[in-house]
Structure formats: C-alpha cells, structure tokens
Ligand binder design. Sequence first.
Ligand code: GCB
Length: 600
Amino acid sequence: MLYPQTNEKRGLISLDGLWAFCLDDGTNNEKISNDFIARNKENISVPASYNDQKDELKYREHYGWAYYEKTFIVPEFFSSQRLVLRFDAVTHHAIVYINGKPAAEHRGGFLPFEIELTGLVKAGCPVLLQVAVDNRVSHSTLPVGNEDGTAFFGSDNAGVPSVEAAKVWRKKRNLPNFDFFNYAGINRSVRVYTTPADYIQDITIVPSVKGSDGYIDYSVKTSCPGDVSVTVYSREHEVVAEALGAEGRIRIENARLWNPWPEDPYLYTAEVRFRDDKYTQRFGIRTVRVDGHRFLINEKPFFFKGFGKHEDSAVHGRGFDLAYDVKDMSLIKWLGANSFRTSHYPYAEEMYDLADEEGIVIIDETPAVGIGAGDKTDPYRTFDIRSHHEDVIRDLIARDKNHPSVVMWSMANEPDTEHFPESARDYWTSLYEFTHSLDPQDRPVTFVCCQNNYERDLATREMDVVCINRYYGWYNLSGDMDAACYALNLELDFWQKIDKPLIMTEYGADTLPGFHLTAPEMFSEEFQVMYYDRINSEFDKRDFVCGEHPWNFADFNTIQGVYRADGNRKGLLTRDRRPKMSAHYFRKRWNSIPNFGYKG
Ligand code: GCB
C-alpha cells in the first residue's frame, strides 16, 4: 500500500486535530448513536491514544467501544479527482461511518486502511465522519488478551476461596497477555488524499547487486491498462536510469549501496508516471541474506546493536509523534546503535522513512504478541488466530516491502512454543513459508522466542535467525550474575550446535533512575550496568551471537500490577528520554563495535 503523497498530480487534506469524542457506556456498542454522542461529546486530539488525554480513571480502564466524530469539507477544486480516506492506524478494531452509513470495518490496531470516498461524498459539501473504536483484546485478536480472566500481568487473585464470588463485583476489563499499556483510539494520522481517476495503485522494488552495478526489478500496479514510465534519480536529483513498462529490470551503473549508519545509507528515487498520475518511491540498493551463522547485509557480516522499542510517550500514549521519532533516531545514534525491533507491533510509517534516511536497520514485527494460554490449552488448536495473523503479515509486507531499513520480518513475540511443541512447530514453520512467499525481497523471517525450555521448543530452531528473549539474572536467578552467566552459557552451548545466527532480542533489568548503591543490587543503576556488562562479555565470546538488543530503549507504560511501579523500568533511558548510567555504558561499548566484521 502506497503512503499518501502530495505532488502536482495528487492532493492531501489532513484530518488531524481536534475531534469530538466519547466513551461508550455499554449501551451502544459498535452502533453510532448521534444522540448519545451529542449528549456526551468532549474534545480529543488526533492522532493520540485517548487514555491519558483525560484525567479520570475511566479513560485508562475503559473496556469496549469509544466514538470519534469530525465534520470536514473536500474543497471544490478537488472535484475532478479520486478521493480516498486513509487511517494510518486505529487501535484495535474500527468501524467507520460516513454521513451516518457504515463505510468500512478494520481489525487490527497498527496498520493502515483506506476507504474509497469517490461517489460517497461530494466536493464542497460537509461530510460527517464517525469512527467507532473497540479496544478489547482476546485470544482471537493480535495482540492477545485473556478474556477468561487468567491475567498474565496484573493480579487476578481475589484472595477468597471462590473465584466465582469475586467475579460478581469485578468489572469487565482488558487483561492483556502482553506487557505494555493497551493504549487505544485513533493513534495515527487521518487524511483524505486524491489521485487522478486512473491511478498508480502499487509499486514494488527488489534490489540486487552484480559487481559494481545495482539492479532493481520493479513492478507497477495500475487501476487500468496504460503506459508506465520509470525514471530513477540519484540523491543529487540526476537521472541515472530510465525504463518503460509496468515491470522490468533497471540497471544502475556504479550503484551506491544503502549501508547502515555511520556508513552511507544512500537512497535513490523512482519517479513513476502513468497517464496523468505520478508517484515517487524512494528505495535503497542493498542485499540481505543469512549465511551459516552470519547475517549478511551487502554480503558483509552485520552485528545488530540496538534495542526493542515501544511507541510510547507521556500524554500521547501510543499516538504518533514525529518529534519523538526524530528524537529517538538522534538517541539511537548518540548511543552508537544501528538497529531496533518494532516490538511489539508495526510502527508508524514515518519511522521507517526516517530509518531509511538515517541508516538504521529494522526488524519489523507484527502485533502477534502473547499467543498462549498456559500449559493446558493448545492455543494453536483452540483459538481462531491463523487467518487474522496471515492478514496482518500480508498487510505488513504490503506496507513495508520497499524499505531498505527493513532487513527481517518477526512474525511474533513470545508465543508459546514449549507446552505444545509439535503444534507450535507446525504453526510457525508454515507461517514462515507463507511470509517468505509474500516478500518480494525474500528477507529472513523469524519470530522472537520466550524464556523457555529450549530443548522442548521445536519451532525457534527452524527460523532463519534464532531470536531469544532471556532474563537470566532478572526474572530467573534474580540478582545472582554468576549463576545467570552459567545458565546463559548452558543455553548458548545448545544454540551453538544449531549453527544459526542468534540475536538476543531482549535482556534487561528494571532500574530506578537516581537509585544508586555501592554494592550493586537489583533496581539500582549500578546493577543494570553490571548486569549488561556481565551478559555482554558472554556474547563477545560467541561468534554466532550476531546481535544484542537490550530491553528496552526507554521506560514505558504498562497495566498496573505488582510487578510494575509506574510502568516497565528496564529502559536505558527514562520515559522522557534521559540517560540512565547504562545508556552511557552502552554508548561506550557500541562506539567501539563496528557494524560489520565484528566477529569475523
Ligand atoms: C518480555 C516481553 C516484553 C516485556 C519484558 C519484561 O519478555 O517480550 O514485552 O516487557 O519481557 O520486561 O518483562
């Protein structure tokens, strides 16, 4: 899916700003009631999660539907154009009404969807746009929630003999099977964009390299047959190649490759023309593949230095905030990092554009976090997740396929692979094949595995790259770093025999900024530094460990519960992006580790 663009052929109207808003009281559900909205409406900012924009608990605790409303007018001078309404992300389930009539429904809170407005609205006339948004998570949504009340995070123990008795007074609420606050609402931008009546629908670019030349295999999908032309520009706006036709191969002599920062993340632009339409698509020429236990970018062994992140900030919640994205990119570089994982859902498209430009490598993750329901229920055979999971992967690749920064797909975070190992293996290996078959660039595919009995786990070892989240020294063997390193080494011995590249996609320790101790114990800044220093020195001894992603880039908000005081505090940075001691530690370490050839 193409990102909306304005040029001499295409226009754009932003619907970001103040909207009318109200929470459902359980009486309307997905149905829009104009009376109800009129009686209850208040101001809300879009894009942003609704939860922290207001100060009553009911916005944090809300369970179910909420409504948004805005009136807009498409200018008359757009009347000859095709009109499309685009939501970059509505979390989690949206039903859109236009002038009182249902116009679209979308499941999943982190990917864009569009509604063709031509014919539905008239330029020059007011349009009533209403959106019903449902924030409920369950075993058939991604991310996953526990509708039964078997919460993973947050106490569900009533402390009385009869759980049934406790349920009488317990109000309905979300019980996420994931450790980040279930922020909801219109989290990303809303726009109307225009195209000519006959238009470019999609562009796919697959780069390759032979000797000093670069090649792109391109294809352009159009709304009807017609002539297509492609002109490739250098970053300096010089024409470097031209082609005719909706698909073909273009040679770029003496190509400049896209290489991660601090090398040159060089970008070209393909200007595509079709009839009266035009779209410019940026791309980079780079290759990615796995070779034995090495991860190669442009045929050179790459070492991932970076983090799992979150889209999370005060007041905005999970709402898109370009200033935070720019700041985070700056901090990533300040830290000497070169990569991050979009844990645990696809991020806003602008972040990928920034990463392309700044040369930061991305492991692109779906919102499939928390698949699992304890040791008695096989989630793969019990719940209806497969087809939605496939839809999400299809839409993710359709959105992100052309980004040079994206070097690997992560199908999920921490699914259960231990209790029902055969089911898990069948599910993940077939989804792995499915993901490979959809990606025109055929990037490596993985999922991220939870601390478990790795000998029982049959799925993780089948992935292109072994990605593991491990908390030896924190949740396991808490505070005892000698024992933690011993256990970690036992596990690394196991993976060494599998002989695939391994990235430690999460490891970390909650740390209260300003809490200092001479003898490092848990939660102190000194402990966090000691923890990382001990674990990292084990990674340094193993050639097949091709990446370290501490958890997390910054502190982030979570559901309340006995494990969390003001959210998850494992950040190297505080939530407002100030460095803890460990940020300085990593800055020093990473600035001495090269992107390429660190382990030969
Ligand atoms: C994990 C999860 C991550 C949590 C983290 C933690 O394994 O993948 O979402 O936030 O542990 O800090 O517990």
